[in-house]
Design a protein around this ligand. Sequence first.
Ligand code: UDP
Ligand code: GAL
Ligand code: MN
Length: 319
Amino acid sequence: MNNNQSSCKQKIIERVHIKPKWKLKNYGLRSSPGFVYQQPSVLIGRTDVASVTSWLAPIVWEGTFDATLIDFIYKKQNLTIATTVFALGKYTRFLKDFLESAEQHYFVGFRVHYYLFTDQPEAVPEVKMGENHILTIRKVPSLNRWQDISMGRMDILEKLIENELAGEADYIFCLDVDTKFYGRWSVESLGRLVGVIHPWFFEAPRHLFTYERRPESLAYISEGEGDYYFTGAAFGGSLEDVLHLTKTCREQMNIDAANSIEAVWHEESHLNKYFLYNKPSKLLSPEYLWRNINAGASQIKTIRFSHVAKNNADVRPNP
Ligand code: UDP
Ligand code: GAL
Ligand code: MN
């Protein structure tokens, strides 16, 4: 056997060996001759906000992408976006608005598979799904503490990706249900690992971020560290990256529980710790999770997705 053959064989073995079950398709960002769109500018862009991080990940704001072009590019990739949402106890009341508004604005024209986890499948409203959008309902046990419901999502997501999504989806987003869509949320949001900047902290210095500050918790971040404060209400990315994220957060939360400590903002604290040392490859501005539809801020030119008003005492099973 000559050298050429042996190195070629070696390559094939490596490729088979490292190919993960969840491998992201990579077709490149292809356009086509004759497709017409506005010329991008080297000189003009948003000047009131940063649209790139210090590790060169894009931060997506209105005015940073061309929807026509980006839709055209991603249409060629034949993608499926898995999307998880949880509605247990009284949170089933949020489902109608969540699903109906998602069908108006969320990945319209792309394949979406919602996985809805609930303790009351009978309370799920009938919502007409758009083309190539499907909804799967999964029954899960009720829990007594809202904190456990919220944190328990990491474990359920991990198992969903690990056991079911290989070959079924390309990307996944995990969204709170006490929310509503008001504008486009689509392929501009796709990336390997995607975090959403929390709507209350985008102007705050890092020492004011509500990270976990007790060193006893594995979610601990010191006052001198931190990039951004991310919301736990929306995050996503490739199956492989989100699997690693959910597994890590789940493990860290289990260790905290064994040490009788619960991080101040539950899985959100662990998510922030994870993103500090596993930098997201794309960040979504607070347009992708706003405070509420009636609130404004000069930087927010369009609200795409927002928390809805809720009375916690009314809907949560415990304080
Ligand atoms: N959740 C639920 N039932 C509950 C509490 C929480 O289904 O009784 C789910 C729901 O998807 C919700 C998410 O957990 O959006 C996070 O909880 P919540 O929205 O109350 O947290 P917040 O955004 O207010 O911090
Ligand atoms: C609140 C939000 C919580 C948590 C907290 C962090 O506005 O409702 O879920 O993110 O901010 O300080
Ligand atoms: Mn919420």
